[in-house]
Write a protein that binds this ligand. Structure first.
Ligand code: SF4
Ligand code: SF4
Length: 207
């Protein structure tokens, strides 16, 4: 039967698209009959360590820096870190992020400063988990978790909304909208040492 792959040729030679050929080392010959060689491979596998993973009964533990589902983070008082700048959407090579910025008002404040992310969506049918969006985010609002369980049975549910992506409220956080609690100015939210009191902004030397 002829080899259907035109790039492969017998005799250990592979023909490249350029027409050039190069030799690959020939496999060592065995003096055992072919069936014995075949069963030899089978028996060798029996004593190898089993690598089958019993997922989902034994959940897989990823590496700490694994790129999984995104998270939109909050400041310690619960205000959102996202300022609706769209830099993540511009950085995304797969066009997977959609952002619409909105204006904060004194009556309805979602983030420190002027703007917040009013609409935020990530399309996980497009995302390739490259992490360029989190590199582009100027406020460290957008980060990636280790959660990889993103399969679903319909396309619509794989477009995650802002509500799905927002980090949960931790103890001491208050759901926005609410006034700025960590200072009078948005700089107070960024020029602080973790753990310092809100009334004690950090000097530049400490940062
Ligand atoms: S991880 Fe990559 S592909 Fe996914 S949303 Fe971010 S930039 Fe786009
Ligand atoms: S997640 Fe970051 S980069 Fe994206 S819109 Fe919000 S602040 Fe800008």
């Amino acid at each position: 039967m002829s080899d259907r792959n035109p790039a492969r040729r017998s005799g250990g030679e592979v023909e490249r698209a350029t027409g050039q050929t190069h030799s690959t080392p020939a496999a060592p010959r065995s003096f055992l009959p072919a069936p014995a060689q075949g069963f030899g491979v089978t028996f060798a596998q029996i004593f190898r360590k089993v690598t089958t993973e019993q997922y989902p009964f034994e959940p897989k533990v990823t590496k700490p820096r694994y790129h999984g589902r995104h998270v939109l983070n909050r400041h310690p008082d619960g205000l959102e870190k996202c300022v609706g700048c769209e830099l993540c959407a511009w950085a995304c090579p797969a066009d997977a992020i959609y952002v619409e910025g909105g204006d904060n008002t004194e009556d309805a404040r979602f983030s420190p400063g002027e703007r917040y992310g009013a609409v935020y969506q990530i399309n996980y049918l497009r995302c390739i988990f490259c992490g360029l969006c989190i590199e582009a985010c100027p406020t460290r609002s957008l980060t990636m978790s280790n959660d990889f369980e993103l399969a679903d049975d319909n396309r619509q549910d794989l477009i995650y909304t802002k509500e799905q992506l927002m980090a949960p409220l931790l103890p001491g956080m208050e759901a926005p909208p609410h006034p700025m609690r960590l200072g009078d100015d948005e700089k107070d939210y960024y020029l602080r040492v973790p753990g310092s009191s809100p009334a004690e902004p950090v000097t530049e030397e400490k940062v």
